[in-house]
Write a protein that binds this ligand. Structure first.
Ligand code: HEM
Length: 192
């Protein structure tokens, strides 16, 4: 039991956080080595677009849009925000010019890490819902109907609700700080 918790939850989490840190350091090192620091300066733009694009999941979940498979959109959210955050982290680099962008970076870091914690909790909840899935199958529902019936249940389990206390509010903090940073760049535009 403890072994599977370690193997199925703690290890993948540590790996994903470690990979993010390693890729950030490697990316920053390479850009400096290849004299491409300017690329890092602009990497904040595609990174931000990727993070915003990944929030389509939220629009789907809250029924602002009805197209798209929620499960695939959630996978897109997890992958897109991870990759977008990597780009933003390389963009932030080790340069320290102002406090606001660093506060935004810290908020984003908490967002990504809490997202990964949530994903692992979600995995755990999915296993709980597996029982429900079998129950629906026994009642003769089709495969896609069963998937639809249990998906939101998995998402609303207690563990997820606990985790949302961090992930969603910190998103608001992150969004405000990032907007402040972006606004200040446009106000004092002097890139060369
Ligand atoms: C910059 C980074 C991130 C931001 C700004 C962000 C933002 C959000 C927001 C606003 C929601 C709420 C959706 C809603 O209820 O309407 C959400 C949900 C979620 N996020 Fe993230 N997220 C980020 C990174 C991640 C990462 C890296 C993962 C996992 C690898 C992740 C996994 C999830 C999951 C599993 C849900 C919830 C599913 C649900 O309760 O419906 N997030 N995220």
């Amino acid at each position: 039991m403890a072994d599977s918790l370690w193997r199925n939850h703690i290890l993948p989490f540590t790996f994903l956080v470690g990979l993010l840190a390693a890729c950030t350091l490697a990316g920053d090192y390479l850009l400096h080595r290849l004299n491409l620091v300017w690329v890092g300066r602009y990497l904040g733009i595609p990174g931000t677009i990727l993070i915003i694009g990944s929030l389509i999941y939220s629009l789907r979940k809250r029924k602002f849009i009805t197209a798209g498979n929620p499960k695939s959109l959630l996978t897109l959210h997890e992958f897109g925000t991870w990759l977008g955050s990597l780009m933003v982290l390389i963009h932030a680099g080790i340069h320290f010019n102002a406090i606001l962008p660093w506060l935004a970076t810290v908020a984003m870091g908490i967002n990504v890490i809490s997202g990964m914690v949530g994903k692992l909790l979600l995995d755990q909840s999915r296993r709980h819902v597996q029982g429900q899935r079998e129950h629906f199958q026994l009642r003769g529902l089709s495969k896609s109907e069963v998937e639809k019936a249990v998906f939101w249940d998995a998402v609303t389990l207690d563990a997820m609700n606990q985790w949302r206390r961090v992930h969603i509010p910190i998103f608001v903090v992150f969004a405000v700080l990032a907007l402040g940073h972006i606004a200040s760049i446009f106000l004092f535009w002097s890139w060369s």
